[in-house]
Design a protein around this ligand. Structure first.
Ligand SMILES: Cc1cc2nc3c(=O)[nH]c(=O)nc-3n(C[C@H](O)[C@H](O)[C@H](O)COP(=O)(O)O)c2cc1C
Length: 170
């Protein structure tokens, strides 16, 4: 399976990185083609709502930045993994910028290959996921109709083992 992983934490050894690494390692071990992006170390700007992608651009974004690398891998992706720390009740701004840029590639429809999604979240408080879950449920399960493979958080017991189990079940 072609899997695009987007890590929206700037901390190289933080909780989001820990969960993401467990997934990438297990999924690769199982033979999946994992394309992992550290969005905090990429030049990805926010969507400017120019609508070029839905007009003359025919699906291409007018902005020329590192999002092009993600668009190239999304074209035949079968699964999307979104990983982020919670900042002020929602996912980090860095990941949000990249998700907003999905407007060119996943709106109004996603590539036909894309079927599954999962989310990894890290927060200080254990009950801080409503904002992120709202987007996961509304945008990815509801609007795009993807199959949810779960939301995993750093407050889940044995979270790395649970993530590895999910990766092994793909
Ligand atoms: C700018 C900022 C905002 C944060 N806001 C919240 C918050 O609203 N709720 C919360 O529980 N934790 C909050 N935290 C704590 C982080 O979510 C927590 O430290 C998390 O483990 C960071 O993920 P990481 O280890 O992958 O960097 C915030 C941290 C930062 C730096």
């Amino acid at each position: 399976m072609n899997i695009v992983v987007m890590n929206g934490s700037p901390r190289k050894n933080g909780e989001t990185a820990r969960m993401t690494s467990a997934f990438v390692e297990e999924a690769e071990k199982r033979g999946h083609d994992v394309r992992a992006f550290d969005v905090c170390r990429m030049d990805i700007h926010g969507c400017v709502a120019c609508e070029f992608c839905h007009g003359k651009g025919n699906g291409q974004c007018a902005q020329k930045d590192d999002m092009a690398k993600i668009y190239a891998e999304l074209a035949d992706a079968e699964m999307l993994v979104l990983a982020a720390p919670i900042y002020y009740h929602g996912i980090s701004g860095q990941l949000k910028c990249a998700i907003d840029r999905f407007y060119a590639a996943l709106y109004p429809t996603a590539p036909a290959t894309l079927k599954k999604v999962a989310m990894f979240l890290a927060s200080g408080d254990p009950d801080m996921y409503d904002g992120a879950k709202f987007s996961y449920d509304g945008d990815f399960l509801g609007y795009l109709g993807l199959e949810g493979c779960g939301i995993f958080t750093n407050h889940d017991a044995d979270v790395e083992a649970k993530i590895r189990e999910m990766a092994a079940s793909l």
